[in-house]
Design a protein around this ligand. Structure first.
Ligand code: XMP
Length: 524
């Protein structure tokens, strides 16, 4: 189900860690963009029919033996091109300029001195300029090689101390290139530069909004589904919730959601899901109480990966049994997002393997349904906007990620009813206080972990030997790397006090100050 939009920017990915950011910046400018691998067939580029092409950066040098190189035909399409960093060097090489092999890398902030502000660098308000001096602005550099001689037809439009050609253009062919990274926040004028390219140079009209996305995807889903039936596995997470709400907007009662309560959810979670989907949104919801079934299967299981496997397998069984009861169903709606699609198709870094075990809870391809993945083209922040527009509660739209195996991997060792009760209560204190302090949205995840180690404490005159609760709170962009959050001591104090006083079975609270890598976010 590809989107059908006429104003599009295509981004050729040469492996930069910032490629997704480029796509997001373009979309934030209300112009649709998609990332393609650098070696995509030229016909695919033509059929995508972009109004502009952006060449991303890359960890490679154009001199590397295996440097990623796109088809030179890209430069014969008559479409405006913006090369960023490696994209600039590649453009230079292909079009006959000279790239100087680096003696040393330039990394970090640099002063960009603008020599020509007539198009790409137009309207930049410069925080560094003085009256009568040339415009200056801060940019973020991260490159080795630089341009020694621009290709024929190009003129330099900006320089820095280390890069005599830090930006250049060929106004006739509408080819532009910058040595720095306009897509990162450390380049304050970056958004303006990207807008200049997409609006003024490519002529795009900003029409890509979440409202327009909802309209077009509702009509597409209707067309595909017709009179047939759709099911959706609801977990309460942002992605599946927004998928369900969107498909429901399109096909109403032809959608049935299945919500499997595995007994490993947080406090009040299953009630909230029922309330939102059944009572507020009037969606057909089949609630399956499978708590005992999961817990029985988990009895005595200590190894984290075994827990994951058991939960994943059981989930599929329960889901299939429930789906059979609905009768003939043709479609399965899934909340796949754009970053998942990019990861599975394009540059596969080491992150791809680290993440593989996280697909627990996903449904196997052997299921006999055709897939509907209406969020396939969206980034997470766009999904949240869609959810908001569709009337999902704020709490659900901004929910932090929660692992498929749930609290089972936040209880070290075996999972029991008693431990679940303790963890749920402690976790709800953490969340309540984090929300009260206004930190919830800033944190990637914040939660409690149950550690079945009995340490000594005193209560009145008595010694106690109770469990430990660890608090984990991290900041992260995508969960691949993470830093422990510098939560104020006062807040940690409140949380610790409340847990020890209110949650029976806990007499010690610790705060996890490890970053990922080398630790992970979850404890199992
Ligand atoms: P780690 O612990 O590997 O977690 O740093 C990274 C992100 O993935 C989530 N996570 C999981 N999600 N099934 C899931 O659906 C899993 O088995 C799983 N393990 C970890 C974790 O919550 C974090 O957001």
């Amino acid at each position: 189900m590809a989107v059908n939009i006429s104003e599009k920017i295509l981004i050729l990915d040469f492996g930069s860690q910032y490629t997704q950011l480029i796509a997001r910046r373009v979309r934030e400018g209300k112009v649709y963009s998609e990332i393609f691998s650098f070696n995509i067939h030229i016909d695919k580029i033509k059929s995508f029919n972009p109004k502009g092409i952006i060449l991303s950066g890359s960890p490679s040098s154009v001199y590397d033996k295996n440097a990623p190189i796109c088809n030179p035909e890209v430069f014969k399409l008559g479409i405006p091109i913006l090369g960023i960093c490696y994209g600039m060097q590649l453009m230079t090489r292909i079009l006959g300029g000279r790239v100087l092999k680096a003696q040393k890398r330039e990394y970090g902030r640099a002063d960009l001195i603008i020599d020509d502000d007539s198009d790409l660098l137009k309207g930049i308000s410069s925080e560094l300029s003085t009256p009568n001096s040339k415009l200056r602005t801060t940019v973020w550099m991260s490159h080795g090689d630089r341009i020694e001689e621009s290709p024929m037809g190009f003129i330099p439009i900006a320089h820095t101390e280390n890069s005599p050609i830090a930006a250049m253009r060929d106004a006739v062919r509408k080819y532009y290139a910058v040595q720095f990274h306009p897509e990162v926040v450390h380049t304050p004028a970056g958004v303006k530069i990207i807008h200049n390219f997409i609006y003024n140079i490519c002529g795009c009209i900003p029409t890509w909004t979440m409202t327009s996305f909802i309209e077009s995807s509702v009509s597409k889903i209707r067309e595909v589904v017709g009179m047939k039936k759709v099911i959706c596995a609801l977990s309460g997470g942002v992605d599946s919730s927004v998928t369900a709400a969107l498909v429901h907007r399109a096909v109403g009662d032809k959608l049935t959601c299945i919500f499997v309560d595995n007994g490993l959810l947080r406090k009040n979670e299953s009630e909230n899901i029922k309330e939102t989907f059944k009572r507020n949104l009037h969606i057909n919801l089949r609630y399956v109480d499978a708590k005992r079934r999961f817990l029985k299967k988990l009895t005595g299981v200590k190894a984290p990966e075994r827990k994951r496997k058991i939960i994943g397998r059981e989930f599929i069984r329960v889901f299939e049994e429930e789906a059979k009861k609905i009768g003939r169903v043709d479609f399965l709606a899934q909340g796949t997002l754009y970053p998942d699609v990019i990861e599975s198709t394009f540059f596969r870094g080491p992150s791809a393997t680290i993440k593989s075990h996280h697909n627990v809870g996903g449904l196997p391809t052997r299921l006999r349904f055709s897939l509907i993945e209406p969020l396939r083209e969206l980034f997470k922040d766009e999904v949240r906007f869609v959810g908001k527009e569709l009337g999902l509660p704020e709490d659900m739209v901004w929910r932090q990620p929660f692992p498929g195996p749930g609290l089972a991997i936040r209880i070290i060792g075996s999972v029991t009813d008693e431990r679940l009760v303790i963890l749920r209560d402690a976790d709800s204190v953490v969340l309540e206080e984090i929300k009260k302090a206004g930190l919830y949205k800033e944190l990637w995840q914040s939660f409690a972990v149950f550690i079945p180690v009995r340490t000594v404490g005193v209560m009145g005159d008595e010694r106690t030997y109770e469990n430990v609760i660890a608090i984990r709170a991290v900041i992260s962009q995508d969960g691949m790397t993470a830093d422990w959050a510098r939560i104020p001591y006062e807040l940690l104090g409140i949380i610790s006090n409340r847990i020890i006083n209110e949650v029976k079975g806990v007499n010690r609270v610790v705060y996890d100050i490890s970053s990922k890598p080398p630790s992970t976010i979850e404890w199992e």
